[in-house]
Design a binder for this molecule. Structure first.
Ligand code: 5GP
Length: 307
């Protein structure tokens, strides 16, 4: 191949810019792995798509130490037992090495096995700022047959929030009374701060009418719903990347720095629990994520994927 004539320094500048971008993309991918925004199996699968992608050019050593609870010692033992040289990049693994690594990953990080059954009680959870509220609102707007549960909370309303529509805003005493009376299907203190709970009655009534009910709640609440109704469908909403999640949280500007830090700590804990869920949906595009969530519920036939 003949290259066009360009001064060598132009090539050098372009090459170094590309190298910086590639390093940045790999650093971002490592954060996604560490925070479990992507599964290691996905990254390994992606590494064969394009030879210059972040996944393909990631060293196996960096890949392994990005995984939760894998230090340098463990990494070296794993590579040795799998017969993989530490200088290898994911995209450069041979077929046998790739299979060996994939088997090891499946044992260490068991993949989510989507459940076959569908329920009319649908729980949408996921880390802060992932867009749960937006996806839930999109579903409510396009699927009037689905009841979006309105929670009670002790948090003060944000500008524009309407009592009875976004939340039932109550004080601590009123919340205590609801708990004592058994009025809440689940309740939890979220981000170590305010209390939130799901009123039981509207849900029972909607389910009795044959409607699908959607709860947009936190991890603790999702666990309580699972305990109360093991057949409930639990969906975990994921951001396209960890960096994007941080950007969304900063961008919406509704929390101060301390509150953002608190929410990111909770996000890490929530992401680590995603294997407890039946399904994972990436919120890349709100309408698309909403469509996938509805598909996972036992929504009436006229709204199902069969149209
Ligand atoms: P926000 O204060 O931003 O409206 O909500 C904070 C968190 O509380 C979100 O993660 C949301 O899912 C969660 N949340 C909202 N309502 C409920 C609820 O009824 N129960 C539980 N457990 N969490 C809730």
């Amino acid at each position: 191949m003949t290259e066009p004539h360009r001064p060598p320094e132009v090539d050098r500048v372009a090459a170094s810019r590309r190298a910086v971008e590639a390093r940045r993309a790999r650093a971002s991918l490592k954060r996604d792995i560490a925070m479990r925004v992507v599964t290691p199996q996905d990254v390994l699968a992606r590494s064969t798509d394009a030879t210059d992608s972040a996944a393909a050019t990631l060293r196996v050593t960096e890949f392994l130490t990005a995984l939760p609870a894998i230090g340098a010692g463990k990494r070296d033992r794993v590579l040795q037992s799998l017969g993989i040289s530490p200088v290898k990049r994911l995209g450069g693994l041979g077929g046998r090495q790739r299979n060996a690594l994939s088997t090891w990953l499946d044992e260490r990080f068991p993949p989510i096995r989507p459940r076959a059954g569908r329920s009319r009680l649908l729980v949408l959870a996921g880390p802060t700022a992932v867009g749960k509220g937006t996806v839930a609102a999109h579903i409510a707007a396009h699927h009037p047959e689905i009841l979006l549960s309105v929670s009670a909370t002790t948090r003060p309303p944000r500008p524009g929030e309407i009592d009875g529509a976004h939340y039932f805003f109550v004080d601590d005493e009123a919340f205590d009374r609801m708990v004592d009376a058994g009025d809440l299907l689940e309740h939890a203190t979220v981000h170590n701060r305010h209390r939130y709970g799901t009123p039981r009655r509207p849900i029972e009534e909607a389910l009795a009418e044959g409607r699908t009910v959607l709860l947009e709640i936190d991890l603790q609440g999702a666990r309580q719903v699972r305990a109360a109704d093991p057949a409930a469908t639990l969906v975990f909403l994921l951001p396209p990347s960890w960096d994007e999640l941080v950007q969304r949280l900063v961008g919406r500007g509704t929390e101060d720095a301390e509150e953002r830090a608190r929410r990111l700590r909770t996000a890490k804990v929530e992401l680590a629990a995603q294997s407890e869920f039946d399904h994972r949906v990436v919120n890349d595009d709100v309408a698309e994520a909403a469509r996938k969530v509805v598909e996972l519920s036992e929504a009436p036939a006229r709204y199902s994927s069969r149209g």
